[in-house]
Design a protein around this ligand. Structure first.
Ligand code: BT5
Length: 206
């Protein structure tokens, strides 16, 4: 018999990702504060206690989950929020939130951080109640994680303004500059015909 999903609320934790990793698919972990919140590539996610949403959702791994999670998070935040590949949430060109996906086997732990009452200098925040955002996020993640790939790609393209722009992509081992042509069915960004699966994008002015 498979284990039942859990909803865990914590006051303080190192990272919600590490608690969620041990739980079955369908579980969610939310914390008021993370003492070691993390971003991608060993970077730090900063948020004072009670200042934002720190949540990790355990979902079934799938190739387009990263884009599906981005669409769900952007829609949960409201119509002004846009996506920057791979998965920054932007409000007025400033970073409002981020998504970290860690996969092990069949399981993907989707960590979402969104600034609500506080944001670091240069970043954005959204003045909405955390629990309402969490409920919307949960509903939209379920919907988009099981949506057909063409629908996810269409929704992601509509929420991002990257396609058709010149970009510089900082890859772990090199820098690539060119035209962002599309996102493909693996969630990769296609730059001058080359699919890129991990990196940071800087939009260049034309
Ligand atoms: C991300 O990484 O944007 C993914 C962040 C995911 C955080 C969630 S919270 C729940 C779950 N548990 C965790 O431990 N993590 C997840 P990345 O694209 O690597 O961006 C990290 C960079 O964003 C940092 O190096 C800072 O420059 C910047 N940053 C840090 N905290 C921020 C904040 N609160 N708002 C805006 N930018 C921030």
């Amino acid at each position: 018999m498979s284990e039942a999903p859990r909803a865990v609320r914590l006051q303080s934790v190192g990272s919600t990702q590490d608690v969620a990793r041990e739980l079955p698919i369908g579980s969610v972990v939310v914390a008021d504060h993370q003492t070691a919140g993390r971003g991608r590539l060993s970077r730090t996610w900063e948020a004072p206690p009670g200042s934002g949403l720190n949540a990790s959702f355990v979902l079934k791994a799938s190739p387009l989950l990263s884009l599906a999670a981005g669409v769900a998070a952007a829609q949960a935040c409201g119509p002004a929020v846009r996506l920057k590949w791979p998965n920054d949430l932007l409000l007025g060109e400033r970073k409002l939130g981020g998504i970290l996906i860690e996969v092990s086997g069949q399981k993907a732990v989707v960590g979402i951080g969104i600034n609500l009452k506080w944001a670091p200098p240069g970043a954005a925040r959204l003045g909405i109640p955390r629990d309402q955002l969490l409920a919307d996020l949960q509903r939209l993640l379920d919907r988009w994680a099981s949506a057909p790939a063409p629908e996810v790609l269409t929704a992601w393209r509509a929420l991002s303004d990257i396609v058709g722009r010149r970009v510089r992509v900082e890859l772990p081992d090199r820098v690539l500059e060119g035209m962002a042509e599309d996102v493909d069915e693996n969630g990769s960004l296609v730059v001058d015909g080359v699919p890129v699966s991990a990196g940071d994008v800087i939009h260049l002015r034309t």
